[in-house]
Design a protein around this ligand. Structure first.
Ligand SMILES: [Zn+2]
Length: 372
């Protein structure tokens, strides 16, 4: 699974004067069906400056061969870094879509990966019962089993009858004691896992009884990370677990987005470091004062973009008010807003759900939280 340490490693790469090809390509099953992804790759190659291209011929050939021969192993998108002259060949398979992009430069181009790390949460999943526990990491649409805990020494349910009432009580206490020891061990290991992997969100699953016991023992700092519950078979496959967990995560993230929008509207009304409306957002983006931009998914907005300095506006302008160059009409002003946000290091939050999307469109189409 792709992680922060990978980006750190890539950023350490020193190719001297050699150029690195960085490729981000959507290779989802639809793209593979008609080999659309290959023609998109070729177009990306064509759009590169010729002087650079002549220096990375070997890399481009290697990548093209790879894209043709390895297609069966692809997930939704692929990230490749290649510098044959310095033996760099790094591949990441992601289970989510990325924007297609090719960059040829002296260093690996990592911003799209850094954005993923900034914008997506890691989720821990604990599947626990009275004698076992399994721990998983869910990130960027993928799941990884981190570890399993099994306590053989927890005695099973005793046979009915054959025990005196007193002995039975003692026996139950004995079981309870073992369950508590087991859960205590689970909590210790879970705590380590959450710390090592820097996980802030946790989903807990298992039989009610075990969860009930666990909740009594969980320290507050871990309890505060729980964002959802799900039901799961003890020995479910990782694929099945992912399938059950994703809706819980989506519901949580949806709820968070609605809250973000609510906060955006309330704070912008109070002039509390938030604005609504495309021209205001653009103004603050140009001043690099934006922390997070909130935009509706797939919304066409007309506007003008300066061919000289890139100044953009929702107004119908002939000449740029910043540099005097001529402005062109566009119907995808929000793409321009997204680009500006990414360039300035702001987070981009896209609202997909109809209810939130419509509410944002009614309130100025786009909004931003500003730096304090
Ligand atoms: Zn201009």
């Amino acid at each position: 699974m792709f992680e922060k340490a990978d980006v750190v490693q890539l950023e350490k790469f020193n190719g001297g004067d050699s150029l690195v090809v960085s490729l981000f390509l959507n290779v989802s099953p639809q793209e593979r069906k008609r080999s659309t992804y290959l023609s998109k790759f070729k177009n990306l190659v064509k759009s590169q400056p010729e002087d650079k291209m002549s220096l990375v011929k070997e890399d481009i050939e290697k990548i093209e061969k790879f894209l043709q021969s390895e297609r069966e192993s692809f997930k939704k998108s692929i990230v490749l870094y290649s510098c044959t002259k310095k033996d760099l060949w790094q591949r990441y398979d992601l289970n989510m879509e990325l924007n297609d992009l090719m960059v040829i430069d002296k260093t690996p181009y990592t911003s799209p990966l850094v954005d993923l790390l900034d914008n997506y949460q890691k989720y821990g999943v604990l599947l626990v019962d009275k004698r076992t526990a399994r721990v998983f990491l869910v990130f960027l649409g993928d799941i990884e089993e981190y570890g399993i805990i099994h306590h053989e020494d927890v005695p099973g349910k005793h046979k009915k009858g054959g025990w005196f009432a007193l002995a039975e009580k003692r026996y139950e206490r004995h079981i309870e004691h073992h369950v508590k020891m087991h859960l205590k061990d689970v909590i210790d290991k879970l705590d380590d896992f959450l710390k090592i992997k820097e996980i802030k969100k946790l989903i807990v699953t298992g039989p009610d009884e075990a969860i009930h016991e666990l909740m009594k023992m969980l320290p507050e700092n871990i309890k505060g990370k729980i964002v959802g519950r799900a039901f799961m078979e003890k020995y479910a496959s990782t694929e099945d677990i992912l399938e059950r967990i994703m809706p819980v995560i989506q519901e949580y993230e949806q709820m968070k987005k609605s809250k973000t929008l609510e906060e955006l509207i309330t704070r912008s009304r109070k002039n509390d470091n938030a604005v609504l409306g495309v021209d205001d957002v653009i103004k603050y983006l140009r001043n690099r004062r934006v922390m997070k931009v909130v935009i509706p998914k797939d919304f066409e907005l007309e506007g003008s973009v300066c061919e000289g300095c890139g100044f953009s506006s929702s107004q119908k302008l002939e000449k740029c008010i910043e540099c005097g160059a001529s402005m062109v009409r566009v119907n995808n002003l929000l793409e321009r807003v997204t680009e500006m946000a990414i360039e300035s290091g702001a987070i981009v939050e896209v609202l997909k759900e109809d209810k939130d999307r419509n509410l944002l469109i009614e309130n100025g189409v786009v909004g931003a939280f500003l730096k304090f």
